[in-house]
Design a protein around this ligand. Structure first.
Ligand code: PLP
Length: 429
């Protein structure tokens, strides 16, 4: 496999873009090679500018649950594009989109569209503070909620990969209002509430997808619901990854928990930039123009993003067996990987929740941030490179999950399992 064109493109990009990329994990820093530059993608396959083909398990980090360039979506958007790209005035598809989300999530009575998951969580917290008239928030170690200041504390995803969980430039005064608790440890949350009566909200990824994949225990989420109610604080589910992925009604549908606010992103834009936050009308109506909580956006509810998102949801809603199929594929992958792991007798743990799956280079169980951090990132880097050579594109970082799509075939999964057998051997030589 040749990577010469990608290497050259990266050198050129580095001259003009910090680190040559517009989002850190794309730099392949933790796997210590130049990133591949992409030419095009279709279905489960992605093609770099050197002409190499890969089975893609990044899938744009989650939005592409229907695979790349899904024909039903792509064919329709051309007409939408010709009508106009942005108006700065309301369109009917925004209402249709909002209704789709409201119909799918009983906890959401009203929803506001924004442009990214970062904006969604940042705005939800502002709203929570205004509603409760309290200052502090609780987040969990290893959870990532985007890069707004107050949430960039002991964060996950690229911040873990690059060893900067709390970023320079985030003022200590901001950090003072962010309390960090331990994922799956309700006592750490109860203690925080006992120590402070000024906690506006608890924000949580109901299945953590930014320290690899770590399942929240059901009792943990149930207790979060109870304790936030008891202390008149809000519970915010960050379903930017899990929303419409874990099930059509997200993690909250599976765990049967009604948060006060929910944040969305990724899938609801079908591959175009989007985010949203929603919840009880009583809370949401505090946002301008009805209320005084200001939040706005030049491109919010962009008609092209709405088109892609709405039609993605339409397909998911009308084909609910998609979720069983995705889970079956993930199970097949899990089983195949585990067979290698057993046969080779190596310290690798596969975490899977429904179709969310992750490969940890350590002995299990991996159910907490501290366990996650025991994973051998050097071994993951070797494994990643060996997989890449065999045409399998995994997330270029240990702390990310694999993203499956409806376009991944059984044959893709079998090829991936075969390749992993070889790659494990090299990584554990
Ligand atoms: N919340 C979660 C759970 C995420 O995984 C992400 C991004 O990966 C975000 C929020 C931020 O979303 P965005 O990258 O669209 O700003």
């Amino acid at each position: 496999m040749e990577f010469e064109k990608s290497k050259k493109a990266f050198d050129e990009a580095k001259k003009y873009i910090p680190g040559g990329v517009n989002s850190p994990v794309r730099a392949f820093g933790s796997v210590d090679i130049a990133p591949i530059f992409i030419e095009k993608a279709k279905g489960s396959k992605i093609y770099d500018i050197d002409g190499n083909e890969y089975i893609d398990y990044i899938c744009s980090w989650g939005p592409l649950i229907l695979g790349h360039s899904n024909e039903k979506l792509v064919n329709g958007i051309e007409d939408e594009f010709k009508k106009g790209t942005s108006y700065g005035l309301p369109t009917q598809i925004e209402t249709k989109m909002a209704k789709k989300i409201v119909d799918a999530y009983p906890s959401v009575e009203k929803v506001r569209m924004v442009n990214s998951g970062t904006e969604a969580t940042m705005s939800a917290l502002r709203l929570a503070r205004a509603y409760t008239k309290k200052k502090k928030i609780i987040k969990f170690e290893g959870c990532y909620h985007g890069h707004s200041d107050g949430l960039l504390v002991k964060s996950g995803s690229g911040t873990l990969t690059y060893g900067i969980p709390t970023s320079p430039g985030v003022n200590s005064t901001v950090i003072e209002d962010t309390i960090v608790c331990e994922y799956n440890n309700i006592d750490s949350v109860k203690k925080a509430f006992q120590d402070s009566d000024d906690i506006a909200a608890v924000i949580v990824e109901p299945v953590a997808g930014n320290m690899g994949v770590v399942e929240a225990k059901k009792e943990f989420l149930e207790e979060l619901r109870k304790v936030t109610k008891e202390y008149n604080s809000l519970l915010i589910f960050d379903e930017v990854i899990t929303g419409f992925r874990l099930s059509y009604s997200g993690a909250q549908g599976i765990y049967d928990i009604n948060p006060d606010l929910t944040c969305f992103g990724k899938i609801i834009g079908g591959g175009l930039p989007v985010g949203a936050y929603g919840g009880k009308a009583e809370i949401m109506d505090m946002i301008a123009p009805l209320g005084g909580v200001y939040q706005a956006g030049t491109l919010s509810g962009n008609p092209l993003a709405m088109y892609m998102g709405y039609n993605t949801l339409e397909i998911l809603e009308n084909n609910k067996d998609i979720y069983d199929d995705l889970q079956e594929k993930a199970k097949k992958l899990e089983k195949g990987l585990n067979e290698h792991i057993e046969k080779l007798n190596i310290d690798v743990t596969i975490n899977r929740v429904k179709a969310m799956i992750c490969i940890f280079m350590s002995q299990g169980p991996v159910d907490s941030y501290s366990q996650v951090m025991k994973s051998d990132t050097d071994k993951y880097a070797i494994f990643f490179k060996e997989m890449l050579k065999q045409g399998i594109l995994l997330p270029p970082a240990q702390f990310e999950g694999l993203f499956l799509s409806t376009a991944h075939t059984d044959c893709d999964i079998e090829k991936t399992i075969d390749a992993a057998g070889e790659a494990f051997k090299v990584a554990f030589r």
